[in-house]
Design a protein around this ligand. Structure first.
Ligand code: GRF
Length: 209
């Protein structure tokens, strides 16, 4: 599939409407939930670009169906994490992005990207941080035997799955839960809190200067 062009500001945005980009590696359900929220007017922002890091990512089909321009930035074609992040910065600057949302981006980002978007990089993580950082937050919660799991939307800092919390939602763990069943209920909450987190992040920083 060939990525469509990223349209200019006049075609896609109302004046002064902050421009969002989403980074995704998976199915893209958070991308779609955030897009629908923006299209409903809350947050007041235009989601103008999706970036994925692998060509088999389900998020691409969602972007095609929903008419959002997307770009593939394949980590396997970049010599280092920093080189990947430099390419991302280039794309975000070209598209005049105000705020970037990592919605299931399964790569560790470097200070190169974080410092290019200070306070303007949001991540969604499937645990109640600071508990259960890292890749398998839901499995870690199940293994620990907690009775409350959940999700966290937070600003990104240089420590992985740390940074100021924007919004959290708690999800009760049921005795019958598997990783799949708990993940599904946590994701439903992610879809609810991510738009709230974006609104809060935008309120803190305003449009990119
Ligand atoms: C989400 O559960 C997020 O917390 C995690 O990756 C998942 C992405 O799901 N980091 P999707 O691609 O938005 O459906």
């Amino acid at each position: 599939m060939r990525p469509p062009p990223i349209k200019g500001d006049q075609q896609t945005s109302q004046r002064d409407c902050p421009r969002l980009a989403v980074m995704a590696s998976g199915s893209g359900s958070n991308f779609e939930a955030l897009l629908q929220a923006c299209r409903s007017g809350d947050p007041q922002a235009d989601l103008v670009l999706l970036v994925v890091n692998n060509p088999d990512c389900g998020a691409i089909a969602r972007a095609e169906r929903l008419g959002v321009p997307w770009r593939l930035v394949d980590h396997r074609h970049h010599a280092s994490r920093e080189a990947l992040d430099l390419r991302l910065i280039e794309l975000f600057r070209e598209a005049r992005i105000d705020l970037v949302v990592m919605a299931g981006w399964m790569r560790i980002v470097t200070p190169v990207l974080i410092q290019a978007f200070p306070q303007r990089l949001v991540n969604i993580h499937p645990s109640l941080l600071p508990s259960f950082r890292g890749r398998d937050g839901v499995a870690q919660a199940l293994n620990a035997g907690v009775t409350l799991a959940g999700c966290t939307a937070h600003l990104v800092c240089e420590e992985v799955d740390a940074g100021p919390v924007l919004v959290q939602a708690a999800v009760p763990v049921l005795a019958s839960d598997t990783i799949a069943s708990l993940s599904r209920r946590i994701q439903r909450q992610e879809h609810r809190i991510l738009p709230l987190a974006v609104a809060l992040a935008l309120a803190r920083v305003g449009p990119q200067g």
